[in-house]
Design a protein around this ligand. Structure first.
Ligand SMILES: Cc1ncc(COP(=O)(O)O)c(C=O)c1O
Length: 355
């Protein structure tokens, strides 16, 4: 595919403190930007990262036609960067676009664009344990019109941000509470799509959870308010004595790429790994019977986050944090593939030659 490439005159990398990276605050020298107009995607440009200008009437600001992805690139060695599960991320981007009536950027633009960005900005992929380059592709409507209908024009961008260890002082267990009032998503709504409004809608209940002393919200289904769906911005797993279980994709759960990786790796480890309906009452019952061993979240940002506590309607589940936990084993199994420390027998990694 044809790209128009304009390299930055001078890199900004010297101003970045790689020992103290804050999530999503520094951005690599280059970005990809492509316009959709007159029914087609134009030639993508790769150019220096910088501000966009737009009309106050920009449609995405008013009606939220905006979707994104979140993925990572890892330092393998001085001449190789690893992109993780590119096809899965592209396919989810397409599903998000379809749900929000946004034309999906072509696969080659996504895949080759990422490769070109890595070739230009490979020095921004931190060569440090637990660090990575967080990749943020996104698409939004750009019609300069406050008319409530799908836009005719869009922008697709990819920006990249070096990120440090999610837990700077060692993995910290997450404490969860259900929300008595709010839900994240409802079947038939937009929960399956990675669309901006889902996150905006979650901020109020998330803030209330923090005010009550918890880390994040354990989202329950919107209809019966009984079935567990996700946690904060992660999928959730329960390690029972006889199986590893995660809520089935019910129509309101985001289909996490790490969720998929955990299921595949668990099966490889010989653990029965299932997707099923999990009610909050079943969790309390399992804990009472001593069958609930571990709880953890999975997502691109933190990979695996152990959960120590679930609070629901005045009752609490506490799980013991073990040194040799399954969550820890899973975290290592995933990151070993990401950083190329073990053979990638699943074909999850796209190596990009750099330098
Ligand atoms: C709502 C929600 N659920 C789950 C996930 C985990 O998905 P992934 O493993 O693809 O990062 C994310 C983060 O992307 C999310 O925002």
């Amino acid at each position: 595919m044809n790209f128009s490439v304009r390299a930055a005159d001078k890199s900004r990398i010297g101003s970045i403190n790689f020992d103290d990276l804050q999530f999503g605050q520094d951005f690599a020298d280059h970005m990809l930007i492509c316009e959709y107009r007159d029914g087609e995607w134009k030639t993508p440009e790769i150019k220096p990262y910088g501000p966009l200008t737009f009309d106050p009437s920009l449609s995405a600001l008013h009606y939220g036609q905006s979707i994104f992805e979140g993925m990572k690139a890892f330092y393998k060695d001085s001449s190789t960067v690893h992109l993780f599960r590119v096809d899965d991320h592209y396919e989810r981007l397409v599903r998000s676009c379809n749900r929000m009536v946004i034309p999906a950027p072509p696969r080659e633009m996504f895949v080759e664009g990422l490769q070109k960005l890595m070739e230009l900005d490979y020095k921004w992929v931190p060569n440090r344990d637990e660090c990575a380059l967080y990749i943020r592709p996104f698409v939004f409507g750009t019609d300069p019109k406050i008319v409530a209908r799908p836009a005719d024009s869009y922008l697709f961008l990819i920006i990249n941000s070096p990120v440090g260890p999610y837990y700077k002082t060692g993995v910290k267990p997450v404490t969860l509470t259900t929300s008595p009032e709010y839900v994240r998503a409802v079947k038939g709504g937009t929960g399956e799509a990675k669309t901006a409004g889902n996150y905006a809608a979650s901020f109020k209940p998330a803030k209330e959870a923090v005010n009550k002393g918890f880390t994040q919200v354990l989202w329950l289904d919107a209809i019966e308010h009984r079935y567990v769906e996700e946690v904060g911005t992660m999928n959730i797993f329960f390690k029972f004595k006889d199986r590893l279980a995660t809520p089935a994709l019910s129509g309101s759960v985001l289909s996490g790429i790490n969720r998929r990786s955990v299921l595949e790796l668990a099966r490889e480890m010989g653990v029965q790994a299932v997707e099923e309906r999990i009610s909050i009452d079943d969790l309390f019952a399992a804990q009472e019977k001593g069958e609930l061993e571990e709880i953890f979240g999975s997502g691109t940002a933190a990979v695996i986050s152990p959960v120590s506590t679930i609070h629901h309607e005045g009752k609490t589940i506490d799980v013991e944090m073990k040194e040799d936990s399954f969550a820890k084993k899973m975290r290592k199994a995933i990151t070993d593939i990401q950083y190329g420390k073990v053979h990638d027998r699943f074909g999850w990694v796209t190596p990009v030659k750099v330098g």
